[in-house]
Structures are given as C-alpha cells and as structure tokens.
Design a protein around this ligand. Structure first.
Ligand code: TXA
Ligand code: MG
Length: 323
C-alpha cells in the first residue's frame, strides 16, 4: 500500500492568497502540503484519496496501522463524515474550531478513505482554528488528512523550519506562517462507544472537557492496547536522554527549566520563567528540538505541575524520556 519515498525539491509558500491557491492546486492533484494549524504543523493530503494518503505514510515513515485525523472547515463538513452523539455535539459546540479531535462512527456520507482511517470503523475529525488551515480547507473543498509533519516517532513541528528538518524534499510544499500558538497536539476524545473516552491529552485540558461532559473521564489505559497509536509509550523521542523531575542540573547536563528553578548557570532554556503552563506548552517542542540539536547526552527537566495543560506536557515529556 506504500508508495515510494522519493525525494524532490520542496516548494516554500507564503500564507497569502497566491500561496494558498498554489497549495490547494497541489492538494487537489494528490500531492503533499505541510501547513500550520494552531497546535502543530500538519502534513496534509486529500483525505478522500488512497494514493494521496499513501504518500503521507511513506513521507513520515509511519506504520499504516496508525490512522490519521481528517481536518474539515466546519461542523457541517464534519457531520457529513461522522455520527455526532449528544456528547460529541456538546464538545464540538464548546471547542470547535480548536484543538479538539473527535473520533466518531462513520456517517453514511463518509468520504474519508479507508487508508486514512487505517481500516478502522471510525473516523477522527477536527476543525482547526488557524486562519491558514481554514483558508486551505475552504480553497480545496476537501477534507485533509494531516498528521503532525514530523518523521514518525519524533517531536512534532511548531515551525516550518522544524518541518524541513524532518521532511525537506519529501513534501511537495510547505506553507510558512511562523510558530504555532498552542504547541501541543489536539486532545482526542472518542465518542464511538457507550461513554466518551479520552484517547490523547493535548491542547484542551481534561478539566475543560470534563466540565462540558459533566462527568470525570479516564485516560485510555495502554494495557487495553494503543487505541490511538500516537499513545505508544516511546514517542516524541529526542536523541538526548531526559532526566525528569530534576531539582538541579548535574555536571555536563543541559536544562529544560520551568519557573526559573535551575538558576542561570549552564545551558538552560526555561519553558516559562513566570510559571505559565500555556506558555510552557507553546515552547515545549521547539526547546526540546533546540537542546537536542546541540548534542547534549542528557537534558535535566524541571518538574512541571500536573494541572491543566501541565497534564499533557508531562505526558509528552514521559514519552520523550522512554528509550
Ligand atoms: O493537533 C493535532 O492533532 C495535529 C494537527 C496537525 O492537527 N495532528 C496530529 O496528528 O497530531 P497525528 O497523526 O500525529 O496524531 C493523530 C492521532 C494518532 O495517535 C492516531 O492514532 C489517532 O490520532 N487517531 C486517528 N484516527 C483515529 C481513530 N479512528 N481512532 C483512534 N485514534 C485515531
Ligand atoms: Mg504525531
């Protein structure tokens, strides 16, 4: 099912009308375009076309059992693809457009292809809040399959330069619109079974989801199998070893700080000197990539509160620390 991973020049596009127009042409022709969303950059292709989606799996070196999120411009577009339970509707109402992905049972009008769904009898849908993503979805008139635009298993990209590090020459075009705002991938909630299930922590906190559903949610447990394969234990893996919950930096270590705990000696990047979790989320992947690129053997990581977005930040750090 995989097409070849062939290398050719990547076009760099501006996020203006001409750039969006060119990107839409490429996508309609079955090509790959990386584009910004409010969470991370996505590697987009026509979600209705098996051949186009096969290029995503090849470019990312992603196992074909790991399904993709289909991005749509609006709730109406999403309703064509998936069946909204009462709870799914409440979540969409509260958080779309935005960093929430809903896994739904397929609707009769489903056009997202089987390869994008990795053959599952469900579909993952998201209405992104980024202006460029919205313009692109409207210009193509297609649902766009878009995983994070990184090599499989590596840190998600929050700038166009990060996309280039992993995929230059393996994507037809990149729309460069600077850094993304949220910095963490979307929160994924499955509304397929009897009760909603939290499949992945992300840009919307568990508390915010629970407030809408008016009930507590369990995070899907890995002993039950990787329901969202992005939940595999080792993911977001940098080359450096991460030493979590560090109270100080040891000789030779670089530091990923939070709230100025490590002081100013040595190579330190502080996710948020003022201890703000949203700011820390925005900086997380860029700082991990930056420190990792410097070749440190170990990065000491300060403890981060497990409240609000901190839960998702700690989740990503734990996965990045698994060797
Ligand atoms: O913020 C985001 O979600 C970004 C931007 C680009 O939208 N996308 C993203 O995609 O993070 P990706 O492919 O890196 O992660 C998608 C996750 C995977 O863990 C996949 O297993 C899960 O969504 N997923 C997709 N379809 C699913 C389905 N039908 N059932 C369960 N999990 C699904
Ligand atoms: Mg990903």
């Amino acid at each position: 099912m995989h097409s070849e991973r062939s290398k050719s020049a990547t076009l760099h596009l501006c996020p203006d009308a001409a750039g969006i127009g060119r990107a839409a042409e490429l996508l309609r022709a079955g090509r790959l375009v990386a584009f910004p969303t409010e969470t991370v950059y996505g590697l987009g292709a026509d979600a209705t076309c098996d051949a186009a989606v096969a290029r995503i799996y090849a470019a990312k070196r992603r196992p074909a059992f790991n399904p993709l999120i289909a991005h749509v411009a609006s709730r109406v577009g999403a309703e064509r693809q998936g069946v909204f339970t009462r709870e799914a509707a409440a979540l969409a109402e509260a958080f779309w457009p935005g960093p929430l992905t809903l896994v739904l049972a397929p609707a009769p009008g489903l056009t997202v292809c089987a390869l994008a769904r990795a053959g599952l009898d469900s579909v993952a849908l998201r209405v992104p809040a980024h202006r460029v993503a919205q313009d692109l979805l409207v210009a193509t008139g297609l649902p766009l399959a878009a995983p994070s635009a990184n090599l499989s298993g590596r840190v998600s990209p929050v700038t166009a330069a990060h996309v280039c590090e992993d995929l230059d020459g393996f994507v037809d075009a990149i729309i460069d619109a600077g850094s993304t705002q949220v910095g963490l991938e979307s929160t994924i909630v499955s509304c397929v079974g009897a009760a909603p299930e939290l499949l992945r922590l992300g840009g919307i906190s568990r508390a915010a989801i629970e407030a809408v559903l008016k009930r507590p949610l369990e995070v899907h447990r890995e002993k039950d199998g990787p329901r969202a394969p992005g939940m595999l234990a080792s993911h977001y893996a940098p080359h450096a070893r991460l030493r979590l919950e560090a109270t100080c930096m040891e000789e030779g270590e670089a530091g990923l700080d939070f709230g100025g705990k490590f002081g100013k000696t040595g190579r330190v990047l502080d996710l948020s000197p003022r201890g703000d979790l949203a700011e820390a989320a925005t900086n997380l992947f860029a700082y991990l990539r930056a420190l990792d690129a410097e070749g440190h053997a170990t990065i000491a990581v300060a403890s981060i509160p497990a409240t609000g977005l901190g839960e998702a930040i700690n989740d990503r750090l734990r996965r990045a620390a698994v060797r």
